[in-house]
Design a protein around this ligand. Structure first.
Ligand SMILES: [Zn+2]
Length: 437
């Protein structure tokens, strides 16, 4: 360990070591690499780190929450005397295990589920503290769907009215294909479900159903409903991660176009062999025809009609988190299989699937961090992350930190053949808008 640490400093060079920066690995507490990899990625998302440290500075003696534990951890890393080393995120993991039953064990977890939970949960804490109310995230029903696989069935039960979003109440993410409305036709609609961790059950239910349908191209992560007017002011979590998708539906009978906005914290895209993330995003926004069981209820025609629908990005977030859906439910195996398709993710990214009225369509993004899944399946394997810091690329593998060359990144694109073989592949990409750097 010690040898490795000093080696990193030597490799970077004492003169070139970024001032006030610390590269600390995180000790693994029994399959907690899913958490370690995501925490490192988030630590190196500059706006996020700054806000968490600001929270720490403003809340000297907070009630212990997952956010206060995260703030303590970030603060501890940021104030280390040594420049490199490792640290044990014990308090954070203990709190996480208390906070969410699904994480209260020593099994491998899905890093995206964890990210989704963490972002939503932190947002809830901020909202609750803003209202000086109790943090009741455990019993408000928003976290109860993660593993139930009932996301589809429960989809329409809570209408979400987010700031900036129009009526979502009919927008259930029913996966049963039986309600004959546009709401069940596209996985994008899961956004507005209002169950903060609904889509996080991706390994166990919700997404598997969606994948199995063969229709769906992508999902967005649902965002918490804001429960009252006082909460409608965006939090810093919203400011950093939230973007807006707009879905436009054109009735093929009367040609009326109706559009609806939905907020998202990350975009979940399907992966195809030998493609790029730009291609995946284009597919995400492909026009889809709603027909037969999926007809659209046109308000103008007052009846169900065939329609064309597409989802495009209307507001580009400061940090764009992209989840590559690499764990696919395969009916013939009756389980999730990892798809190691080669998907190129560039260091610079511009979105092309923006709406005509997009607020900031030209945002240029820089790749900041990648959570990488190593292994052959969702329930085994390992997570690591690579991050960019002051022009350097670093690889965090639990308590180990190594400097890597930027050219190494392409090793994590995926495989061009034998896609079910074990592989080390980009799983969650974090792109930071250049205008906030
Ligand atoms: Zn119509």
């Amino acid at each position: 360990m010690g040898a490795n640490v000093s080696q990193l400093e030597r490799e970077i060079g004492t003169d070139l070591f970024p001032p006030n920066e610390h590269y600390f690995g995180l000790v693994n507490f029994g399959n907690t690499c899913y958490s370690n990899s995501v925490l490192q990625a988030l630590y190196f998302c500059k706006p996020f780190r700054e806000k968490v440290l600001e929270y720490k500075a403003k809340n000297k003696r907070p009630k212990e929450t997952l956010l206060s534990c995260l703030a303590d951890l970030f603060y501890s890393i940021a104030t280390q005397k040594k420049k490199v080393g490792s640290i044990a995120p014990k308090k954070f993991i203990t709190r996480l295990r208390k906070e969410k039953e699904e994480f209260d064990n020593y099994m491998q977890q899905d890093a995206h589920e964890f990210l989704n939970f963490l972002i939503n949960h932190i947002n809830e804490i901020i909202l609750a503290e803003r209202n000086a109310g109790p943090v009741n995230s455990n019993n408000n029903g928003n976290n109860s769907h993660g593993k139930s696989g009932a996301g589809g069935a429960s989809g329409g039960t809570s209408a979400v009215h987010l700031p900036g979003s129009k009526s979502n109440s009919s927008h259930s993410n029913s996966t049963t294909n039986s309600t004959n409305s546009n709401s069940n036709s596209n996985s994008n609609s899961t956004t507005t479900n209002g169950n903060s961790s609904n889509s996080t059950g991706s390994l166990n239910g919700t997404t598997s159903v969606l994948d199995g349908s063969g229709i769906l191209t992508a999902t967005t992560t649902p965002i918490l409903p804001t429960t009252n007017g006082a909460n409608s002011e965006p939090t810093w979590v919203h400011e950093i991660f939230q973007g807006i998708l707009t879905s436009e539906t054109r009735c093929l009978n009367c040609e009326t176009v109706s559009s609806k906005d939905e907020n998202f914290f990350d975009l979940q895209v399907d992966v195809d062999q030998n493609t790029s993330i730009t291609h995946c995003l284009r597919c995400f926004s492909n026009t889809e025809t709603l027909c037969s069981d999926n007809k659209f209820k046109c308000d103008n025609c007052c009846s169900y009609q065939e329609a064309q629908k597409r989802m495009r990005v209307k507001k580009l977030p400061m940090i764009l988190a992209l989840h590559l859906k690499r764990f696919k439910y395969m009916e013939q195996f009756n389980r999730h299989i990892k798809v190691s398709h080669r998907v190129v993710f560039p260091l610079e990214l511009r979105l092309f699937n923006t709406s005509d009225d997009a607020v900031n369509p030209d945002r240029l993004y820089d790749l900041t961090a990648v959570v990488i899944h190593c292994g052959s399946g969702p329930n085994r394997g390992h997570y690591i992350s690579i991050v960019k810091s002051h022009g350097l690329w670093l690889l965090f593998d639990d308590d180990m930190v190594d400097k890597i060359e930027a050219s190494t990144i392409e090793d994590f694109y995926g495989l061009t053949s034998d896609i079910h073989k074990s592989s080390e592949t980009g799983y969650i990409l974090f792109y930071q808008s250049r205008d906030c750097a």
